[in-house]
Design a protein around this ligand. Structure first.
Ligand code: NAP
Length: 278
């Protein structure tokens, strides 16, 4: 069985470059998809408190034959729980739901600049890590100014920034800023949420040339760009398909053709203004 390549984060921890995302899956679907993914060779699962399926993910890990220490699990602090003490409480609540002693990566889900609690939330994550209660710590949806503020406050850089990235929305400047800081980027909605991107003509042509699906070509583009990537699927066949991307390579011409299709189409909210649950 093949495994995803490992990326070494700035804290020395290694993360499988491709994992399963479980947003919008029910607890039962997250259980089934996580179980199917572990059987297919995935060793990395990305959930969040707000997805309401941490228990299902935890159950799949508990019932799997794969040892716990071979699985990289991420969950996220929800917006309503931001603040120092409430972050510590939310982390404990997530662990309890997942039935785990620690997670490998704990992320602040959104910066919520209007709430202005992300700096104290980050200090709580730093404390958890210093106490050895969490593996790596990081953020999602942080712009450069949010990153600069928490790094300036604590001197601790997030291990990664999980942000919306797909060939239609590549966030070149933010990715470059993260790289300059030694912060890895992790792509969310990497397949454009399974929408029109999967019918894009250039991608279809490249997929036909390689005898692959468009989804596989997109995932390969993320991997070759250097992103960590977490495609979601609730379909066992597509879970397997999305993992069968380590045995072919896009050429420099393919990569250049994909770079040319960007239209700057953001699918999710803008982190500068998003304040759900604030
Ligand atoms: N931090 C954040 O703020 C944030 C925000 C959004 C997402 N995320 C994370 O990123 C993960 C991935 O993003 P996402 O869930 O938005 O979307 P995505 O992975 O870009 O796309 C998922 C959609 O694509 C379909 N799909 C998957 N594989 C396919 C294939 N091989 N062929 C055709 N269709 C395929 C899925 O349908 P089927 O299930 O039917 O296969 C599903 O509808 C999330 O699950 C979550 O873990 C994080």
């Amino acid at each position: 069985m093949s495994h995803a390549p490992l990326i070494t984060l700035n804290d020395g921890v290694q993360i499988p470059q491709l994992g399963l995302g479980v947003w919008q899956l029910s607890d039962e679907q997250a259980f089934a998809s996580s179980a199917a993914a572990l059987a297919a060779g995935y060793r990395h699962i990305d959930t969040a408190m707000i997805y309401g399926n941490e228990a299902g993910v935890g159950r799949a890990i508990a019932e799997s034959d794969v040892p716990r220490d071979e699985i990289f699990v991420t969950t996220k602090l929800w917006n309503a729980d931001q603040g120092f003490d409430s972050t510590l409480r939310a982390y404990d609540a997530s662990l309890k739901l997942m039935g785990l002693e620690k997670v490998d990566l704990y992320l602040i889900h959104w910066p919520l600049p209007s709430k202005n609690a992300y700096p104290s939330s980050w200090r709580a994550l730093v404390q958890l890590q210093k106490q050895g209660r969490v593996g790596s710590i990081g953020v999602c949806n942080f712009n450069a100014e949010h990153l600069e503020r928490i790094i300036g406050d604590t001197g601790v850089k997030p291990a990664l920034n999980q942000i919306e990235i797909h060939p239609d929305f590549v966030q070149h400047d933010l990715v470059e800023f993260c790289q300059s800081q030694g912060i890895h980027t992790e792509s969310w909605s990497p397949l454009g949420q399974g929408g029109e991107l999967l019918n894009q003509l250039t991608l279809k042509g490249i997929a036909a040339h390689h005898g692959r699906t468009v989804a596989q070509v997109i995932l390969r583009w993320h991997l070759q760009t250097g992103h960590i990537v977490i495609p979601r699927s609730s379909n066992p066949g597509r879970i397997v398909q999305n993992f069968a991307v380590f045995d072919f390579e896009l050429s420099a011409e393919d990569m250049a053709a994909i770079a040319a299709i960007e239209q700057g189409k953001r699918l999710g909210p803008d982190p500068a203004t998003f304040n759900l649950g604030a």
